[in-house]
Design a protein around this ligand. Structure first.
Ligand code: KIV
Ligand code: ZN
Length: 503
């Protein structure tokens, strides 16, 4: 069976999603999870973009051994040199050079001639090739490029040493049968195409990214570029979980295999959502909260009699524990640890102890603890950013009529106890103002959302916020049965991220 190379660009194109800024530690954590998932190539970032991006790619290249590590570069000497410096310590390094090929981009953005683009392709691919063997070239906006010119660009890139040529649908414009025809044209008209792997990179502006990526497999494409949860520029990229599960589920049609350990899909999706602060819509294919939920009586009846009546995939194949047993007040540490393992967590004894204490606390307030509750608890306990300020206590008084008032107590950077109080337009505003009086970092709240982790009046609330300071965005998350406490924790989380980024 032919293998399809899964090239994951969650840490590069995914991170370009509006508001999805990740710090270095978070990028490394996601890269480790992608390696566990057995992703073939991890595009770890765009090293020239910022010193932080370059450092993240370098650290990932130093640590990850099971996946190839790729750095993105414009077709510019300084980009290629920076990409090489960042990936050079990887076990299997790759440089990904891109240059626009469409007339719209060439004339309006690059302001160059076609001859100049061809020359730049040759010299810059050669420059990357001078550093390493594994060079990918992308003809940006390929799907809006004159096919005859695209053939010339690809021929030049392969001639100069590109081992993978990527055909990006940069603006999510193409449709499956048109894209398949374009790939056929490339196979027929690029004389040296047999010397390179053909890759695709589809954006989702028309909701066709996954369909377009799958439609070209039978036409010679052997690498698909995608992201976890489909995050990415604008409407996002092709979603990795949808591509992998489509290939696996429809083996009758797709005679291909991927290396992906699909049982890690759910955990990876949760991690990416948690760290980027980008929620997964409930009806999202494969990883949405409703993806394996049956609501109508007829469907429930069918699934009880025989799962396959209404389920085309087994939830366990993406790592959904699907446990019938829920934990509660009387559950012990052993049962809790077993459930953590079933959910794919490998935690140190200290982390298990902290999560167990939080679990007992929650069990006092909530009768039945589900897997989603446990995930929220663990996420809460393991927030990756080290805290400079820690929330010790928050109290509010509010109602109608009343002036919402909050008092908060924090531990500061040197372990000192700090407390203050403030009034606001509502309880959350009052809490945030009280925290601001103590932490004193100017910022603007740009997004605030609250959702319940599970159904039920005793459910935990999960708050996601975004703040902006000096033009940079920071995500914060908090979970608790009391949404004011969850809101305070989310704010502290965002502030701590901001402070740690500045440090
Ligand atoms: O969408 C795009 O064209 C890209 C390239 C850099 C491959 O992300
Ligand atoms: Zn892209």
């Amino acid at each position: 069976m032919d293998k399809i190379i899964i090239f994951d660009t969650t840490l590069r194109d995914g991170e370009q999603s509006a508001g999805a800024a990740l710090n270095i530690e978070e990028k490394i954590e996601i890269a480790r999870q992608l390696e566990k998932l057995r992703v073939d190539v991890i595009e770890a970032g765009f090293p020239i973009a910022s010193p932080g991006d370059k450092e993240a790619v370098r650290r990932i290249a130093q640590e990850i051994r099971g996946s190839s590590i790729c750095g993105l570069a414009r077709a510019q000497p300084q980009d290629i040199d920076a990409a090489w410096e960042a990936v050079r310590e990887a076990h299997h390094p790759r440089i990904h050079v891109f240059l626009s090929s469409s007339e719209i981009h060439i004339s309006h953005q690059l302001r160059k001639t076609r001859e100049q683009v061809l020359e730049q392709t040759r010299t810059m691919v050669s420059r990357a090739k001078g550093y390493l063997e594994n060079v990918e070239f992308s003809a940006m906006d390929a799907t809006r490029t004159d096919p005859e010119f695209l053939y010339q660009v690809l021929t030049a890139a392969i001639e100069a040493g590109a081992t993978t040529v990527n055909i990006p649908d940069t603006v999510g414009y193409t449709i499956p049968w048109e894209f398949a025809k374009l790939i056929d044209g490339i196979v027929e008209n690029v004389p040296n195409i047999h010397r390179a792997i053909i890759s695709v990179h589809c954006h989702n502006d028309l909701g066709l990214a996954v369909a377009n990526s799958l439609a070209v497999l039978d036409h010679g494409v052997r690498q698909i570029e995608c992201t976890v949860n489909g995050i990415g520029e604008r409407a996002g990229n092709a979603s990795m979980e949808e591509i992998v599960m489509a290939i696996k589920t429809r083996q009758d049609l797709f005679k291909y295999a991927t290396n992906i350990d699909t049982t890690g899909i759910y955990k990876t999706s949760r991690m990416v959502s948690e760290l980027t602060g980008m929620s997964v819509q409930p009806n999202k294919a494969i990883v949405g909260a409703n993806a394996f939920r049956h609501e109508s009586g007829i469907h429930q009846d069918g699934v009880i009699k025989e799962r396959t009546t209404y389920e085309i995939m087994d939830p366990s194949s993406i790592g959904l524990a699907g446990s019938a047993l829920s934990l509660g007040k009387l559950s012990g540490r052993h049962a809790f640890r077993k459930r953590l393992e079933a959910l794919g967590y490998t935690l140190s004894d200290d982390d298990v102890n902290r999560a167990f204490a939080a679990f007992k606390d929650l069990a006092d307030k909530k009768k039945e603890i589900t897997d989603r509750d446990i995930e929220a608890l663990v996420a809460e306990e393991l927030r990756t950013v080290s805290e400079m300020y820690h929330l010790e206590q928050v109290q509010v008084s509010c109602g109608d009529p009343s002036i919402p008032t909050a008092s908060v107590r924090l531990t500061g950077p040197n372990g000192q106890l700090l407390s203050d109080a403030a009034q606001g337009t509502g309880p959350v505003d009052a809490v945030y103002k009280a925290i601001n009086r103590l932490v004193q970092v100017p910022n603007r709240l740009t997004e605030f959302s609250v959702k319940s982790v599970t159904a039920g009046i005793d459910a935990m609330g999960e708050v996601t916020i975004r703040i902006e300071s000096d033009g940079k965005g920071y995500v914060g998350r908090g979970a608790h049965t009391d949404i004011i406490v969850a809101s305070a924790r989310a704010y502290m989380n965002a502030l701590n991220r901001l402070l740690s980024a500045r440090k």
